[in-house]
Design a protein around this ligand. Structure first.
Ligand SMILES: Nc1ncnc2c1ncn2[C@@H]1O[C@H](COP(=O)(O)OP(=O)(O)OP(=O)(O)O)[C@@H](O)[C@H]1O
Length: 525
C-alpha cells in the first residue's frame, strides 16, 4: 500500500527534520561558464568541453560551492533537484577534483545506483573526466562475469610474483585498480563478501543516487553494511540486522582506526556523503539509515517537487475501449519522433506492443522494453532506440528513473501514474538539460480529478487538455476488432508454449493467468 510519503501527501508538506526546513535554494544560483568556476582544475576544462559543457547548471554550481568552495565539504549534502537538471556532474566533478591530488591508488569514492543501466550511464560521466587527472573508474554492476569484474577491480596478488614479500607487507599493499567505483547494490555486496582485496577502508566519498528508491528497498542490506565497514574500528561494535542475524560474518573488510591507517595525530578523513534525487524523501526514519553528518539540503523550487521548466503536460481524456486507437493516433501526430510510452505493468506493455503488431503500416517503429526480456535483448533495444532505429519504446516504470536519451521530446503515460513521484520520473525522461519536451497522459473520465489533484503537489505543473480528431480514431476501428482477435490468439498460444516448456520463471503462473484473463479487454485499461 502506498505510504503518505510516496503519495507526496499532506503529512510531508512541512519536513519533520529541522535541517530540511531551511534549504539552500538552488534556483538562486545562476549558470556559470566553465572558465569562471573558481578553483576548477585546469586539466578538467578540455574533457568538459568535449562533453559539450560550456556553462555549469545551477545545481552544479551550488554543489561545487559546498564541496570545493567555501563549504569545504564539511557537511553531508542532500540534493533535491528536478530530473535532467545535471545532478550527475554535480557530484562527479567535485569528487574527481578532490581525488585529483591523491598519491596512492585505492578505492576512495563509491557511487551506488539502483540499476545497471543507470550505473553505466553515470560511469560514462566519470570516465569522461577522471582519467585526465590520473584517476581510474570501475564498475560493479553485473554486466560481465564476477571473475571479469574482479580482474578489472583488483590487482593480482603480489605474493605470487614476489614470494619473499612478507605477509604484513602484502596486506599493506593497496590492491584495488580503481579510485572510483560505480556499483549496483547486489554486485557491491558480492564483492564485499567474496572478493579478496576488495576494501572500503579508504573510502572518503559515498554517493547514493536516486536516494528515495535506494532507501525504499533493502537490496541485501547494502547500506548498513557499507556504513558499518566505513566506520573506524573504535566506532565498530557488534552489529546485527533486525532479526538479530549478524551481517558481518562473511565480510572480510573492517575499517581500521585513523591511527592504524596512517593519519596519526590527525582525525582521519570522515566519510563524506552526497545523496540525491528529483524526489528526495523527507521521511526521517528512511534518511536516518544514511547516518548523515550535519546534513545540508540543496533544494530546487518552493514545493517539494518540481517539474522541469520546459516540460509541457497534456491530458487526453478517452474511453478505455478506445485507448489503443487513441494512442496510435497520437503517435501518428508525433510523426515518428522518439517517444517513451509508459504502462502500469509488464503484462500491459506486452499486450499493447503485441496488439500494435497487428496494425499494418504504422508510420512508426516500436518495441517493447521489459524486465521479462533477456538483459541482452533489453540492452539492444535501448541502444536501437538511442540510435533512432526504433521510434517508440513501450515499457514500465523501469524506464522511468534517471535514464537519459538524447533528443527524446515525448513521453506518453498510457496508464495514469499512481503517484506524483512516478509522474515526475516518467515525464522527466524528456525536457532535460534545459531542452523542451511534452508529456501526454491518457485518462478515463473518472481519473481526471485525481490526476489534477496529484499534479498540484508539484511546482510548475499546469496541464492542458489535448484532443485527438475523432475521425482518425474512427478510421482505425475496423482493424482494431481483427487486431484484438489476433491478440487473443497470440497470447493464448504464448501461454500454451510457456506451460509446455515448463516456464519456471518467477511469476510465470501469475503471468499466464493474467494473459489468459486479460487478453483483449485490459489492453484498453
Ligand atoms: N552543464 C551542463 N551543460 C550542458 N549539458 C549538461 C550539463 N550538465 C549536465 N548536462 C547534460 O544534461 C543531461 C541530464 O543530466 P543528468 O543525467 O545528470 O540529470 P539528472 O539531474 O541526474 O536527472 P535524473 O534526475 O533524471 O537522473 C545529461 O545528458 C548531461 O550530459
Amino acid at each position: 500500500m502506498a505510504t503518505k510519503e510516496e503519495e507526496g501527501g499532506p503529512s510531508s508538506r512541512v519536513p519533520h527534520l529541522p535541517w530540511m526546513r531551511n534549504p539552500v535554494d538552488i534556483d538562486s544560483f545562476s549558470g556559470c561558464p566553465v572558465a569562471h568556476l573558481p578553483r576548477l582544475d585546469p586539466r578538467l576544462v578540455k574533457p568538459l568541453q568535449r562533453m559539450g559543457i560550456e556553462s555549469f547548471f545551477p545545481v552544479q554550481v551550488a554543489a561545487w560551492l559546498e564541496t570545493i568552495g567555501p563549504g569545504a565539504f564539511e557537511r553531508d549534502i542532500c540534493i533535491n533537484s528536478p530530473t535532467g537538471s545535471g545532478k550527475t556532474l554535480a557530484y562527479a566533478l567535485p569528487i574527481v577534483q578532490m581525488l585529483a591530488t591523491r598519491k596512492v591508488r585505492c578505492l576512495r569514492a563509491l557511487v551506488v545506483l539502483p540499476t545497471r543501466d543507470l550505473a553505466l550511464q553515470v560511469k560514462e560521466v566519470f570516465d569522461a573526466i577522471a582519467p585526465v587527472v590520473g584517476l581510474s573508474v570501475g564498475s560493479a554492476v553485473g554486466q560481465s562475469s564476477i571473475a571479469d569484474e574482479v580482474s578489472n577491480l583488483i590487482e593480482k596478488s603480489k605474493q605470487g610474483l614476489f614470494p619473499s614479500l612478507d605477509e604484513e607487507y602484502i596486506q599493506m599493499e593497496p590492491q584495488t585498480k580503481v579510485d572510483i567505483l560505480v556499483a549496483t547494490p547486489g554486485r557491491l555486496m558480492d564483492h564485499i563478501s567474496m572478493t579478496k582485496g576488495f576494501s572500503l577502508e579508504h573510502l572518503q566519498y559515498l554517493v547514493v543516487d536516486e536516494t528515495d528508491r535506494m532507501l525504499r528497498e533493502a537490496y541485501q542490506s547494502w547500506l548498513p553494511t557499507v556504513i558499518q565497514l566505513t566506520r573506524s574500528s573504535d566506532q565498530n561494535h557488534s552489529w546485527s540486522d533486525m532479526n538479530g542475524e549478524t551481517l558481518l560474518h562473511p565480510l572480510t573488510t573492517i575499517r581500521r582506526s585513523g591511527v592504524e591507517r596512517g593519519f596519526k595525530g590527525k582525525s582521519f578523513p570522515r566519510l563524506a556523503k552526497i545523496v540525491l534525487s528529483a524526489t528526495l524523501t523527507q521521511d526521517p526514519s528512511k534518511l536516518s539509515q544514511l547516518e548523515l553528518q550535519h546534513p545540508l539540503l540543496l533544494n530546487s523550487g518552493k514545493k517539494r517537487y518540481r517539474i522541469p521548466t520546459k516540460l509541457q503536460s497534456y491530458k487526453l481524456v478517452c474511453k478505455s475501449n478506445l485507448k489503443p486507437l487513441s494512442l496510435i493516433v497520437l503517435l501518428q501526430e508525433l510523426r515518428g519522433e522518439k517517444c517513451l510510452v509508459f504502462t502500469s505493468s509488464v503484462e500491459s506493455s506486452h499486450r499493447l506492443s503485441t496488439l500494435l503488431e497487428f496494425f499494418e503500416d504504422l508510420p512508426f517503429k516500436f518495441s517493447e522494453y521489459s524486465r521479462l526480456q533477456r538483459e541482452s535483448t533489453r540492452r539492444k533495444t535501448l541502444d536501437a532506440f538511442k540510435e533512432g532505429k526504433i521510434d517508440v519504446l513501450i515499457g514500465t516504470d523501469r524506464m522511468a528513473r534517471g535514464i537519459h536519451i538524447d533528443g527524446l521530446r515525448y513521453v506518453i503515460n498510457y496508464d495514469m501514474p499512481p503517484y506524483v513521484k512516478t509522474y515526475i520520473h516518467r515525464a522527466g525522461r524528456t525536457a532535460r538539460a534545459g531542452e523542451s519536451g511534452s508529456c501526454f497522459t491518457f485518462l478515463r473520465k473518472h481519473e481526471v480529478k485525481a490526476f489534477d489533484k496529484m499534479l498540484k503537489k508539484a511546482d510548475n505543473s499546469s496541464c492542458s487538455l489535448h484532443s485527438l480528431p475523432e475521425e482518425s480514431v474512427e478510421t482505425l476501428r475496423p482493424v482494431f476488432s481483427s487486431a484484438l482477435k489476433k491478440l487473443e490468439e497470440s497470447l493464448e498460444s504464448e501461454a500454451t508454449k510457456k506451460s509446455k516448456s515448463g516456464d519456471k520463471a518467477p511469476n510465470a503462473s501469475k503471468r499466464k493467468r493474467t494473459i489468459n484473463t486479460c487478453a483483449a479487454s485490459s489492453v484498453s485499461h
